[in-house]
Design a binder for this molecule. Structure first.
Ligand code: ADP
Ligand code: ADP
Ligand code: ZN
Ligand code: ZN
Length: 786
């Protein structure tokens, strides 16, 4: 008998990645067992995302795109082949990430999963009175009637045309068109009646009368030179409200539509955060939103609301907490729809299992946190019958209490056991523990990382001596003494969302950890009640700014650097910023060119004129300490810190800011890296670094350990300590037990989630929490500390 060789596993059993070099990866090779759970570990910036997302998932996506017809491919972003020698044994990759499920106002937890679809079928079968088909319960389907010609397919009249009328009964509320809210316009922000159209009476973005709009308005017949104050009531009504009307201008067929319906269609159909800044500013000025009076915010038409099962209509079902809905569905006993009920129960139970039972199906998807959005996306896949898919997760523990993590683990394992390959980027030992296979990248970050330090089992990792291995079994100590508060911030009668009339004193001048299972009310309490002057909230949300924004511009670091370059070369500072004089005129300093495709994701490609540097060639002739500005912008924070610390380029004003960036664990990030490439955790730490020097009194952070390696958590704690010792108050919402153990004071919410939470179940020191027990957080912390 022949012995199997070490690499007997053929491509049926492994995904082989050979010679990977994306970003900082150093020509690495890994063999990932298929249908197993692999966890990728390593300090932030070591290259985990570069391997998992930028190489493996990217190549899978590219291969899928190549299967589309050339015509369709022409409209898709051309995905560059990742920098890798070979990638074999890949299966379709599905990324389950923390990107928020934003832009579409019509998307709710129920529509983003199959839950609403199943409920609609249920009501179409059991609802009383009986309305009709499932779409009669869908707030995304309008009711329409119309007529059209059909060609008869069979019978004596085959081939003849016949006029038929049709009618579709949808469930969309006709008043708000399924958006739940109606808008009222402040007309004074829309037009200035003392002016004529050609003088710019319309103050709506994009309504310039020089271009096509001007021709359409005059083509429709408006007097362009008469002040609007002199318009007749009919003229004003046409200007503001006219429904779409065909007109001919210079021989071209065009459509005229009143200003208000245009605004509704082109601007208000978008989520506020997805709007361009000037449009958002206009909308904030001109539009007031209110709950739709017709449907009461349920988005549904009358007939859909009138139909009930056991006393509840579909809107009642969608507004219930999912745990309650699951119980209600569990009591329905109707043999004619048994399979449907089974599917629905199963789906609702997966919400509960994944720790989302506290949500309601009508919750707008855009209001979910990153972690909640990721778990909602996961629901779709749990019910799927697909197998042999590669699922890729980015820190699935985000937003989860240690108690919730146990359940998340079960789901990851279940996905694997259905025959899928599961790849997880994670830092928490509680999740690393369940891996069949671990790939540990490092040893450091950026150019100090990018190598495979260890590949094998979890036991092997613990003994490997790598940074991750050494920290795997870390246990925190409870502090012997805690800081004494310098005062309190009183919260009284808090009742945002699920909070049950909460009174609590938040101690000031100390490090406070707010804890509790997901959905217990931590964010509602802190973001809803801890506000006011001097409170600085540092979250993971997107940073507003242009595509040229980067850590250097965001933190003000570019200022001293520009001035130093100018002084050393006897020229103006403005030359050295990529958004003014020195910018490459072709890409306007961005270094990349963007092609907007309108209906698809924007495509970007490096600017060929400046070789992706963003600067004009002459600017690069100026040097400081032997480097040009684009070389400096390409340095990591750590490299820049060294560069500006001494010698010819010594620049204390820059090192002060750089040291703060290094302090928050961003040493590996390039100072000129576009902000759009940073993760949520990195953005939060960047904001922290930028605002640390501010006047703030109370700093509020939401899971600041997101994206941080165990080794980096210690640094973060050091940083928070220094903030507190400098006289600030720090309040963190955290699940990381090392942070809880290190806090001076814990406010624990619970006992459960949603309406089972919303109360303070403990307030006191970590030592007291462990000693008293009785709360989920206390139990877990007791097991964690030494
Ligand atoms: P991890 O996922 O382990 O935190 P990453 O793979 O995100 O690490 O980053 C590895 C290195 O590659 C870091 O130095 C990071 O700054 C760099 N990097 C990652 N993405 C980009 C990008 N889009 N542009 C430039 N550098 C990047
Ligand atoms: P935690 O921060 O502890 O995870 P949250 O404060 O986010 O908990 O949620 C507490 C409760 O409030 C949950 O039932 C949640 O569904 C509800 N909730 C939170 N945000 C919103 C929102 N924007 N709209 C409606 N309900 C919300
Ligand atoms: Zn309505
Ligand atoms: Zn350019």
């Amino acid at each position: 008998m022949t012995q199997p060789t070490a690499h007997a596993a053929d491509t049926h059993d492994v995904i082989r990645v050979e010679g990977a070099r994306e970003n900082n990866l150093r020509d690495i090779t890994v063999h990932l067992p298929k249908r197993r759970l692999t966890v990728f570990t390593g300090v932030s910036g070591s290259g985990k995302s570069s391997l998992v997302f930028d190489t493996i998932a990217a190549e899978s996506q590219r291969m899928i795109n190549e299967t589309y017809p050339a015509f369709v491919q022409g409209f898709m972003a051309t995905l560059a082949r990742p920098d890798v020698d070979s990638l074999a044994g890949l299966t379709t990759a599905i990324i389950v990430d923390q990107e928020r499920m934003g832009a579409n106002l019509r998307s709710t937890v129920g529509t983003a999963t199959d839950a609403n679809a199943l409920l609609r079928v249920l009501f179409s079968r059991l609802g009383d009175p009986h309305v009709g088909s499932p779409q009669a319960y869908s707030f995304n389907v309008p009711s329409v009637t119309g007529a059209g010609a059909v060609t008869i397919a069979t019978g004596a009249n085959k081939g003849k045309k016949e006029k038929r009328t049709f009618s579709i009964t949808g469930g969309m509320c006709p008043r708000c068109e399924g958006t739940a809210s109606v808008s009222d316009f402040d007309l004074t922000a829309i037009y200035d009646e003392s002016k004529s159209l050609s003088e710019g009476a319309l103050m709506v973005p994009g309504y310039s009368m020089d271009g096509w709009y001007g021709r359409i308005f005059s083509g429709y017949g408006f007097d362009m030179d008469k002040p609007l104050a002199k318009y007749t009531a009919k003229e004003m009504d046409d200007l503001l409200y006219k429904e779409p009307t065909k007109i001919k201008v210079e021989g071209i067929n065009l459509t005229y539509e009143g200003v208000i319906p245009r605004i509704q269609k082109s601007m208000l159909s978008k989520d506020r955060d997805a709007m361009q800044a000037h449009i958002r500013a206009f909308v904030d000025r001109a539009v007031v939103f209110a709950t739709c009076p017709e449907c009461g915010g349920t988005r549904l038409a009358r007939h859909a609301l009138d139909s009930r099962i056991a006393g509840k209509n579909i809107a009642d079902c969608c507004s219930m907490q999912i745990t309650d809905l699951a119980a209600w569905v569990g009591e329905l006993d109707e043999p004619s729809v048994a399979p449907l009920l089974r599917n629905l129960r199963h789906l609702l139970e997966s919400f509960v299992e994944i720790g989302l039972g506290y949500l309601s199906l009508d919750r707008p998807a855009g209001t979910l946190s990153g972690g909640e959005a990721q778990r909602t996306k996961m629901i779709r896949h749990l019910g799927s019958s697909l197998s042999d898919v590669t699922y890729v997760f980015d820190e699935p523990s985000t937003g989860l209490h240690p108690h919730d993590i146990d359940r998340m683990n079960e789901l990851l394992v279940r996905l694997r056991d259905k025959g899928n390959t599961v790849l997880v980027v994670e830092h928490k030992p509680e999740i690393i523990r369940i891996a069949d296979h671990v790939v540990d990248l490092g040893p450091g970050a950026g150019s100090d990382g990018g190598e495979v330090c260890f590949e094998g089992t979890v036991e092997g990792l613990a003994e490997s001596g790598t940074v991750t291995g050494r920290h795997l079994h870390d246990r925190a100590r409870l502090k012997d003494t805690v800081r004494a508060p310098a005062g309190v911030h009183e919260i009284r009668g808090a009742s945002t969302h699920n909070l049950q009339d909460v009174d609590v004193d938040v101690p000031l001048g100390v490090l406070v950890a707010v804890t509790g299972v997901a959905g217990s009310g931590k964010s509602s309490l802190i973001h809803g009640s801890l506000t006011g002057e001097g409170v600085v909230v540092i979250d993971q949300g997107a940073i507003k700014g242009s595509r040229r924004s980067n850590p250097a511009t965001y933190t003000g670091l570019l200022d001293p650097i520009r001035k130093a370059f100018a002084k050393a070369n006897g020229v103006k500072p403005a030359l050295f910023s990529a958004n003014s004089e020195g910018a490459c005129p072709t890409c306007k300093g961005a270094g990349v060119m963007y092609t907007e495709l309108g209906f698809m994701e924007t495509v970007s490609s490096p600017c060929e004129v400046c070789d992706a540097k963003g600067f004009q060639a002459e600017v690069l002739d100026h040097h400081l300490g032997g480097k040009d500005i684009s070389e400096v912008m390409g340095m990591s924070v750590a490299q820049a810190l060294e560069f500006f610390s001494g010698g010819e380029a010594k620049l204390p004003a820059a090192t002060k800011i750089l040291a703060r960036l290094a302090d928050v664990g961003l040493g590996y990030v390039k100072i000129g890296q576009p902000l759009t490439t940073l993760s949520g955790g990195e953005r939060q730490r960047l904001k922290l670094a930028a605002q640390m020097g501010d006047k703030g009194e109370v700093y509020v952070l939401d899971e600041p350990t997101t994206g941080l390696h165990l080794a980096d958590v210690e640094n973060l704690l050091g940083l928070l300590d220094r903030l507190v010792d400098s006289g600030k108050s720090v309040v963190v919402i955290e699940h990381h037990q090392a942070v809880m153990a290190h806090a001076d004071w814990i406010i624990d919410l619970g006992p459960g989630a949603g309406h089972d939470g919303g109360r303070i179940v403990f307030e006191g020191t970590p030592a007291d929490l462990v000693a008293t027990g009785g709360t989920l957080t206390g139990e877990h912390l007791a097991r964690y500390v030494q």
